[in-house]
Design a protein around this ligand. Structure first.
Ligand code: ATP
Ligand code: MG
Length: 199
């Protein structure tokens, strides 16, 4: 699976999701995490953690799709963490992917700021028809926000994963630590592997 984790809005849970999902996919087969964010958060995380069980390479470039074929040989899964502000890099990650995963916290502000990401997805669609899935992240327990977000996303025609990632301290304090447990991301990975498009 070639997964691009994206959302042009900042701070939606892209890097957290990319790292946990790569850790989960790595239990299914050799996995490469490409850090396409010039801020380099995923790479810094892996360095601070003393390295992950899977390799992380920094490649914040706008021709990622041209470089991926050489890089991805031998890997079963590829995960690309993308930056919030650089549409050129995100476009290139989408051209390299077969699945676009959008982490979105179920807040009105995050939903309101989704349009530029949706526009980029429809721009890339004719060149590379990736499958798109929303992952609700930082979901507060006992609130209606996730259900309201699901309704709003359904109106936009956006498929939403059944798995939700709750707002939890284990995620808020995960940066820089080894990923030893996957928590909710274990279910997300199972769900993703179940929906993988056969090639
Ligand atoms: N499920 C969660 N529960 C609690 N905190 C979370 C959760 N997911 C992410 N966070 C925290 O929210 C912040 C933003 O997450 P993250 O860095 O993954 O987002 P991002 O989309 O990669 O941000 P950027 O756009 O800046 O790259 C971080 O401090 C992270 O630790
Ligand atoms: Mg990030």
């Amino acid at each position: 699976m070639k997964l691009a984790v994206l959302n042009l809005k900042g701070g939606t849970g892209k890097t957290t999701s990319a790292v946990f999902l790569a850790a989960g996919l790595a239990t299914d087969g050799p996995t490469l995490l490409i850090d396409a964010d010039p801020q380099g958060s995923a790479l810094s995380w892996s360095e601070a953690a003393g390295g992950f069980e899977f390799p992380v390479v920094a490649l914040p470039v706008r021709d990622l799709h041209k470089r991926v074929p050489q890089l991805a040989g031998g890997y079963k899964h590829l995960v690309v963490d993308t930056p919030p502000g650089d549409a050129g890099i995100v476009r290139s990650a989408l051209l390299a992917a077969d699945l676009a995963l959008l982490p979105i916290p179920p807040s009105l502000m995050d939903l309101d700021r989704l349009m530029p990401t949706l526009e980029l997805l429809s721009e890339v669609e004719p060149m590379n028809p990736v499958r798109v899935l929303v992952l609700l992240t930082r979901v507060r327990r006992n609130t209606r926000s996730a259900r309201a977000a699901r309704e709003a996303l359904a109106e936009l025609g956006m498929p939403v994963m059944e798995t939700e990632v709750p707002l939890k301290e284990v995620y808020a304090s995960a940066f820089g630590l080894p990923v030893e447990r996957l928590f909710e991301y274990e279910y997300a990975v199972r769900e993703l592997l179940g929906v993988e498009v056969p090639r």
